[in-house]
Design a protein around this ligand. Structure first.
Ligand SMILES: *Cc1c(COP(=O)(O)O)cnc(C)c1O
Ligand SMILES: [Zn+2]
Length: 452
């Protein structure tokens, strides 16, 4: 047994605690979401510097499971789980890239991009799914009747669930909105052997159905209303602070859809501060697609009210969500972190992703939303040019190759691609090839090397 404990507790503070291996997603008293709480008194018996030393000793080493970015922080995540039940693909440990050229372009001197998409299934969803599937494996080992894990998804959650399910040998069921996920996102759960239900609805429709299905105690719910996932995702803030040698940045910019990830980000910073690992908190900016912007609209009303919207089609398909399940948690986090919300139109997100690609990134559209929002916040002087800023890049650009090709071919409906780059088709002739290279070099020189 671990000397540390953790449990579920209602986000509104209803008094009952629930075991993390119990099949429960909502507070039986008020019906709201549950959070994972840790015994901070017990955790505080180890000093901040001692936690730092422990995490440093484990980081990206080979002692299973502690080399994982998530399980290296096991005591803060799920302390009691048996290591033999942990289902890990060595997630986390993603690079924090210094975006020097792009930063200069938009007027931020100290800009960094946390590349969460450089991971096993190509998005940050791995961080939460390793935790959820590991807990389910422990539940089954302890005699639980669970036969499958299910989720609704805009693409990346289903890829992560199918993958960790396959690694654990636990069947996965994924509900996807038909024709609304990319081919790369569709092929992942197919390849990993999940039951892929392609439904004639949107994400919010899939979400409503999966909540009904998982009323059965044999089918476990893997969406982020299940806060086990938040526990894994919160390690992204711990890891990025670790990558700055335990210094806290001034701002973190993060794209938000169902709003679980921004809540997780906040939770990671709060536990670090509470346990003496850091002394200050960053400010947080949530970036939404203008076509799916309920949090942005609520922010305009100073969070006095929150109303779901009908999400319109957006290139940033993973955040095409009108009724985010974690909006209360997100508003709480934004209030604690002096946060702001900004939005980006389709043209803004596509152009900004492409502009940043020209400086050595390869962005997914959600990261495009975050970058476009960052640029607006810098232009409005909400974010100052001397502040250290981290952008959370949530998925790998290769998952969205089709729409990126369409951008460069200028084939995206309603968008004039400002940074399109098309293949130059010429004969296989030395003179023609040399001509093409000369034109290319001349144009680059005319634009200047510092320009995007
Ligand atoms: C899930 C996802 C998001 C949104 O995270 P939420 O927790 O739903 O706010 C953003 N980008 C990508 C690529 C995602 O897969
Ligand atoms: Zn309650």
């Amino acid at each position: 047994m671990s000397e540390y404990s953790a449990w579920f507790e209602c986000i509104n503070g209803c008094p009952t605690r629930f075991n993390l291996t119990e099949v429960i997603y909502r507070c039986p008293t008020c019906g709201d979401l549950l959070d994972v709480k840790h015994d901070h008194d017990a955790l505080r018996r180890r000093s901040g510097p001692a936690w730092i030393k422990l995490f440093e000793d484990r980081y990206r080493r080979n002692d299973f499971p502690y080399g994982s970015g998530v399980w290296g922080k096991k005591e803060w995540v799920i302390p009691f789980i048996d290591n033999e039940n942990i289902v890990s693909t060595y997630e986390g440990g993603t690079n924090l890239m210094w975006a020097d050229r792009y930063g200069k372009l938009i007027g931020v001197e100290d800009l960094w991009v946390k590349q969460c998409g450089n991971s096993h299934t190509g998005s940050f969803k791995d961080l939460g799914m390793t935790v959820l599937v590991s807990v389910v494996k422990q539940m089954i080992a302890e005699g639980s009747p669970i036969t499958a894990i299910a989720c609704a998804s805009t693409g990346d959650t289903s890829a992560a669930l199918a993958n960790y399910g396959a690694a654990a040998g636990i069947p996965a069921v994924v509900l996807l909105p038909k024709n609304k996920v990319s081919p790369a996102q569709l092929v992942q759960p197919l390849a990993n052997g999940a039951l892929v239900l392609s439904l004639d609805t949107d994400f919010d429709g899939c979400m409503a159905l999966v909540q009904e299905i998982t009323n059965e105690p044999t089918i476990y719910l893997a969406n982020s209303m299940n806060s086990l996932r938040i526990e894994g995702q919160k390690t992204v803030s711990i890891e990025l602070v670790q990558q700055f040698d335990w210094e806290v940045p001034d701002w973190v910019v993060i794209p938000g859809g169902n709003l679980g990830n921004v809540s997780a980000l906040g939770k990671g910073f709060l536990i670090m501060r509470d346990l003496g690992v850091i002394q200050k908190l960053p400010r947080i900016a949530v970036a939404q697609a203008a076509n799916a912007n309920p949090l942005y609209l609520s922010y305009q009303r100073d969070f006095q009210t929150f109303e779901a919207v009908r999400a319109k089609k957006t290139l940033a398909s993973a955040i095409q969500i009108g009724n985010p399940v974690s909006y209360k948690r997100a508003i709480k986090a934004l209030t604690q972190f002096d946060g702001v919300v900004e939005q980006a139109t389709e043209a803004e997100l596509a152009d900004e992703a492409a502009r940043a690609d020209r400086t050595g990134m390869f962005n997914c559209p959600h990261t495009g939303v975050a970058l476009a929002a960052l640029r607006k916040l810098v232009d409005k002087k909400v974010i100052r040019s001397d502040e250290r800023v981290v952008v959370i890049s949530t998925a790998h650009g290769l998952k969205f190759a089709n729409q990126k090709i369409a951008y460069h071919m200028n084939e995206l409906e309603g968008i004039e691609s400002a940074h399109a780059n098309t293949p130059t088709e010429i004969a296989a002739d030395l003179g023609k090839v040399k001509d093409a290279i000369r034109k290319f070099s001349d144009r680059a020189r005319a634009l200047g090397t510092g320009r995007g």
